[in-house]
Ligand binder design. Structure first.
Ligand code: SF4
Length: 373
């Protein structure tokens, strides 16, 4: 996974992972186990890492969570980020425990002396901080202003007003950190509104050269949150905006990682490391029960950790042409299937053998790729 980004932000080092500075866009997720339950949290961290997650964030609301952190950091295959909300003491404990990065909303830590202590501790340990502002917290604090803004919305300027507020907050925090000579910063400006997220991150990219953590917050269940998230993140990533990302669903966080991987692969921002499956959308020319076959192929291909392109097509009329660029293609119809390898027909098998035959050819191609020429 070695591709680099076209735009350039400052580089921030989070353990072994570089964010920004042209480094490949990295994938983050967050655990939802009680952090103090070391066994459960580490099990989830490992599942996330196995799925392709490169940075894992854990929240540390209580002392017992930061007490568990050093064991989690030691057992984790990827850098651990501590998510701190209100108590600066939790940030100090997390830094002491070896967190590779802190996520902080400085507006929630009221005493400037407490912010200064966190910055000193981070500087000493070279721990970066993500300053995260989201639409929700801005709305809360500017309730009165927003009532006026809602009126302005009738003139169509409401979204711009929210973006300006988020930028003003971030500007204030960034200048505060810089006044302490602290520039080891990643920025985020999240919203659950895809259009607002796009506007906010575009404004951030224009104003700062700190690396950006992309996300659509509280996106909902995967069935709808997927569209909401990808609409915003793809629009930004395609412009070269964004250095690391977290997709957030109300679901198993492993799903966030799988979708983030597919997004980066689809935009060619990371090199694919697993098989790519394409399939015909089906139509009245369909000559086989295709949908269960596609799911079977998808499940069986997951065992092959090589980036081959596989096509499953439902007829022999358009199938071969549509699957022309696939490494291995199956075109089924009339009780049999033609198997193509690199665009050339390799064999014809009865429908009952087509899944096995397709997987055999996939394995041959995958093995040839791993063994080299
Ligand atoms: S490959 Fe054949 S069955 Fe599938 S959508 Fe195209 S024409 Fe229809």
């Amino acid at each position: 996974m070695s591709k680099t980004k076209s735009n350039s932000t400052r580089a921030v080092q989070v353990g072994s992972v570089t964010i920004g500075g042209g480094a490949p866009v990295s994938i983050q997720s967050m655990t939802n186990t009680p952090t103090h339950d070391v066994e459960a949290t580490l099990a989830q961290v490992r599942r996330l890492a196995d799925a392709g997650c490169e940075l894992v964030r854990v929240s540390v609301p209580r002392r017992r969570d930061t007490s568990a952190l050093s064991e989690i950091v030691a057992g984790s295959p990827v850098p651990i980020i501590a998510d701190v909300h209100f108590q600066h003491q939790r940030a100090l404990e997390a830094i002491e425990a070896g967190a590779a990065k802190i996520r902080l909303n400085p507006g929630n830590i009221k005493d400037p002396k407490h912010v200064a202590r966190v910055l000193d501790a981070c500087r000493e340990r070279r721990v970066p901080i993500r300053i995260g502002v989201n639409e929700g917290s801005v709305v809360e604090r500017h309730d009165k202003t927003l009532r006026q803004a809602e009126q302005d919305a009738l003139a169509g300027d409401y979204r711009k007003h929210l973006v300006d507020l988020m930028m003003d907050y971030l500007e204030g925090y960034v200048r505060l950190f810089e006044s302490h000579s602290f520039e080891n910063i990643v920025l985020a400006a999240k919203s659950n509104d895809a259009r607002l997220a796009i506007d906010a991150y575009e404004a951030l990219a224009k104003r700062f050269d700190y690396p950006l953590h992309l996300g659509v917050t509280h996106a909902g269940p995967p069935e709808t949150g997927r569209i909401r998230s990808i609409a915003a993140l793809a629009a930004l990533l395609a412009q070269g905006i964004g250095d690391t990302l977290r997709i957030s669903y109300a679901a198993d966080p492993v799903l966030e990682v799988l979708d983030a991987k597919e997004l980066l692969w689809s935009l060619r921002l990371r090199e694919r490391t697993e098989p790519e499956l394409i399939a015909c959308p089906t139509c009245a020319r369909l000559e086989v029960d295709l949908l269960p076959l596609v799911q079977q192929v998808r499940e069986r291909l997951s065992a092959i950790r090589v980036p081959i392109k596989v096509a499953v097509m439902g007829c022999v009329v358009n199938g071969p042409g549509e699957a022309d660029d696939a490494d291995v293609a199956l075109c089924a119809g009339k009780g049999r299937a033609d198997i193509y390898v690199a665009g050339q027909k390799r064999r014809t098998v009865p429908e009952s053998d087509m899944l096995t035959a397709l997987l055999e050819e996939c394995k041959i191609v995958a093995d040839s790729r791993t063994q080299g020429p």
